[in-house]
Design a binder for this molecule. Structure first.
Ligand code: SF4
Ligand code: SF4
Length: 183
């Protein structure tokens, strides 16, 4: 990537992310606060204290300054794309500053293209990483989740795939998870 590329790509990526945030808005996996079921398990640290949520391309731009009431740091993480970042938090945050991955969880966006690669379908699915900490996959899975939330995740995915950086990150995540599933 050239030095100047981010100057052109970043505004479009940030607009796409803001659109995705807005589409999900205040919606959560259940109509009631699912954090009460599990004590907010997905926000707790593991024993390393360095687990966190992978950020989408350029999303770290929203975290370049300290945020009141939100203790976090960014770590380098090339899992999804070169130069990627992971947000490591301390278990609480203001909703307005939640990274996209947290807003989607315990779902993720699966992409399915037709053989010609002309049409890409966005399919919200249970994030395989949710099985280890979230009770929802076992408690009815998608069927038990709010239809409005699932639809919002789908619409957010449809926004994301209009942006090449997001599309690449989503495909890379898919490849990574598919490889993990094979292990
Ligand atoms: S672990 Fe699952 S049920 Fe618990 S707060 Fe997170 S998304 Fe909700
Ligand atoms: S950023 Fe917020 S929602 Fe995401 S894991 Fe940390 S405390 Fe939970």
């Amino acid at each position: 990537m050239s030095f100047f590329m981010p100057l052109f790509s970043r505004p479009a990526a940030l607009k796409t992310l803001r659109n995705a945030y807005e589409l999900i808005g205040e919606l959560t996996p259940l109509k009631t606060n699912c954090g009460k079921l599990c004590g907010g398990a997905c926000c707790q640290s593991d024993e390393s204290g360095e687990n966190g949520m992978l950020l989408f391309p350029y999303e770290e731009w929203f975290y370049r300054k300290p945020i009141d009431g939100f203790a976090f740091h960014l770590a380098d993480d090339d899992s999804l794309y070169k130069g990627g970042k992971r947000l490591v938090c301390e278990g609480t945050c203001p909703r307005a500053y939640r990274p996209l991955a947290c807003r989607l969880f315990p779902l993720r966006i699966r992409l399915q293209s037709d053989p010609q690669g002309v049409h890409t379908e966005v399919i919200p699915e249970i994030d395989p990483r949710a099985w280890c900490c979230c009770p929802l996959p076992e408690q009815g899975g998608l069927r038990a989740m709010s239809g409005d939330f699932i639809e919002a995740v789908k619409q957010a995915g449809q926004q994301l795939i209009k942006n090449d950086d997001m599309l690449e990150a989503l495909y890379n995540e898919q490849r990574l998870l598919d490889e993990m599933r094979k292990l």
